[in-house]
Ligand binder design. Structure first.
Ligand code: HAS
Ligand code: HEM
Ligand code: CU
Length: 558
């Protein structure tokens, strides 16, 4: 019986062997990328804070490229895709569609080959262009070809998600799909629409230019295409965390999903508003007129709304769960939360950090304030408490039950407790490092800069104490990363086998909830509106860029 689903209606799951392999392959690759990324992160952080000097054959920007690429682009993408497959297997009938799995494997191998090509040229110092690969810095063509493979591979993963979903819809006409599957589809729609921008940039601009087929590149256009992708990218990281917060955390805390429609609406709003906002990364750039920046800033403020809705829904979920367990008073529910369960605690710490992180995002999006913080360490602080705290802490929580579930092992009390220690240490390390980054950013310390004292200039001396905290924070973080990986190795290979099928927490919706409106599942409507919004926000500025920007020859800045 081991390979079949035992009881799909309860929490338990035994994955099919073929699904298990597919998901584990994604997670395993993600963890290796995580290891590379945190090693580069530590060394690079210690260099830029003046703790160590790098050997002459390793460049600061080379490490920073390895750090950004392996964590922000590779670790996240592989982990997310694996996680989405697991939830589809669980909620869409117990197993993935075999034909979809074949597509998924092709996608996986394309992404692996693309990653290896990219890493190879980063290691040989031929692609020190950071994870945003801004032109006119020019990497080896191999880097861009690798990127293209990763993107196209991820499209195949998206298709595999859609295939599973459509099979279910066909078998259940008129029903609204399980919440997890709905959200996975929305996440992949967002991903497919936004990656078109980076694919155009890579295939039509960067590859021909790096091969020498064209001698100049339109820099402003390439940056615009990048950020058309780069902003929704951050929601591609966030939405899987939101899936876990909305669908799985209620089960773990012994509560119910607050509403069956609100999370769906939230994800629709993310599709609509997260894409036509890339200019908020380009507010300080010439070449885009202030009207279009202003329009996209307004849309950015709109995309804050679904996160505020999420905050509201989650607190309501916590409170209702607590009151059902007999909690009294305004905050009595707080004590009823499972404070010893790493699947919850790690996530909750992420949620808490996400409150100031979101506020920082609104600061960045406010034009005048962005003039103060753009390109300073404030931004680095912002994204370490969003993606590298709120999102990553949630991914830790997921990994702690998903890995043993896939390996048919137990999440033992030992692993749970080690996980608790680990996620607290990560939180402390991130608070130490990122708080220092935020403050020193406001004091003007630039991001993306190796250690320098600027000839002991007084302005730079002010930064010294914060550098100390950044360095200490990075050591604490690295320690936590090592504990995480040790725990994962234990859960993967050594934890005792589970006697029965393993927990895969999926919440149930409150009984009195109505069926979600059918319009929420009419994807063509939402994709259509998104395309209109994108055309409104981008057409004219892009035409201007195409007409007016002079091309630039390549630069090798390292
Ligand atoms: Fe950002 C730059 C604006 C969210 C990541 N962002 C970045 C970069 C990254 C990044 C990687 O407008 C740098 C890129 C680079 O290398 O240059 N960001 C925003 C805004 C939001 C936002 C408005 N960012 C994110 C998320 C990220 C992320 C999420 C990753 C996952 N960001 C910007 C801007 C820039 C930028 C500018 C460019 C700046 C520049 O000058 O370069 C919003 O989406 C934030 C909304 C979030 C909230 C918080 C809601 C709170 C929740 C938690 C609830 C808590 C609970 C616990 C339930 C409004 C949902 C309660 C319990 C209790 C007891 C109370
Ligand atoms: C940049 C440290 C984990 C994503 C940086 C920088 C430091 C740092 C000091 C700034 C370098 C500069 O601007 O000159 C660390 C440490 C970590 C860690 C010590 C934990 C051991 C993470 C994680 C993620 C992440 C988990 C994402 C999932 C990034 C990104 C950049 C960055 C995207 C920007 C790279 C660039 O500007 O090109 N990190 N980080 N980091 N980090 Fe981390
Ligand atoms: Cu953004």
């Amino acid at each position: 019986m081991e390979n079949t689903l035992r009881d799909n209606s309860s929490d338990q799951i035994s994955f099919q062997v073929q699904d298990r392999r597919l998901i584990l392959a994604h997670l395993g690759f993600a963890f290796v990328a995580f290891l590379i990324g945190v090693v580069a992160g530590l060394v690079q952080a210690l260099q830029r804070t003046g703790f160590i000097t790098l050997p002459s054959n390793i460049g600061y920007y080379q490490l920073l490229t390895a750090h950004g690429v392996s964590l922000a682009l590779i670790f996240t993408t592989f982990f997310i895709i694996g996680f989405l497959y697991s939830g589809l297997a669980k909620t869409l009938g117990g197993k993935l569609l075999p034909s979809a799995n074949r597509v998924a494997w092709i996608g996986f191998y394309m992404m692996v080959i693309g990653t290896l090509l990219g890493l190879y040229v980063i290691i040989t110092n031929d692609a020190t262009v950071l994870y945003t690969f801004y032109a006119p810095m020019q990497a080896s063509p191999i880097f861009y070809i690798g990127l293209a493979l990763v993107v196209v591979g991820s499209w195949l993963s998206g298709i595999a998600v859609f295939m599973n979903y459509y099979r279910w819809r066909k078998q259940h006409p008129g029903e609204s799909s399980p919440l997890f599957a709905y959200m996975a589809v929305a996440t992949m729609i967002l991903w497919l629409i936004c990656t078109v921008g980076v694919a155009i940039e890579v295939v039509f601009q960067l590859i021909p230019w790096s091969l020498g087929w064209t001698d100049k590149i339109n820099v402003e256009l390439s940056r615009t295409l990048f950020w058309y992708f780069g902003h929704p990218l951050v929601y591609f990281w966030l939405l899987p965390a939101y899936i876990y917060w909305y669908v799985q955390i209620p089960k773990i805390i012994g509560g119910k999903i607050f509403s069956n429609s609100l999370p769906r609406l939230t994800f629709i709003l993310f599709i609509l508003y997260s894409i036509p906002v890339g200019f908020h990364h380009q507010l300080m750039e010439p070449g885009v007129s202030s009207f279009w920046k202003f329009l996209q800033v307004i849309l950015t403020m709109l995309v804050v709304i679904p996160s505020l809705m999420t905050a509201f829904a989650l607190i309501a979920t916590f409170e209702l769960a607590g009151r059902n367990k007999g909690a009294k008073g305004l905050f009595g529910w707080f004590t009823k939360l499972p404070w010893k369960d790493v699947r919850f605690v790690s996530t909750f710490l992420g949620m808490l950090i996400f409150i100031p992180a979101g506020a920082g995002g609104v600061v960045n999006a406010s034009f005048q304030l962005d003039q103060v913080v753009h390109n300073t360490l404030f931004i680095t602080g912002h994204f370490h408490i969003t993606v590298a705290a709120a999102v990553i802490l949630t991914f830790f929580a997921i990994a702690y039950w998903l890995v043993p579930a896939l390996r048919n092992r137990q999440l033992t009390p030992f692993a749970n407790n080690l996980g608790l220690i680990q996620c607290w240490i990560w939180t402390i390390g991130m608070l130490v490092m990122s708080t220092a980054m935020h403050i020193v950013g406001v004091l003007g310390e630039p991001r993306r800069t190796a250690y320098t004292t600027y000839n002991n200039h007084p302005a730079a001396e002010v930064w010294e104490p914060y550098r100390l905290f950044t360095g200490i924070g990075s050591i604490i973080l690295f320690l936590s990363a090592v504990l995480f990986l040790i725990n994962i190795v234990y859960l993967w290979f050594f934890a005792p086998k589970a006697e029965s099928a393993v927990d895969f927490p999926i919440g149930e919706v409150e009984e009195d909830q109505p069926k979600p409106p059918a319009i929420l599942e009419k994807w063509s409507v939402w994709i259509g509106i998104t395309i209109v919004l994108v055309l409104v926000a981008y057409t004219i500025p892009v035409i201007h860029m195409a007409q007016h920007a002079p091309g630039s020859p390549p630069i090798r800045s390292w």
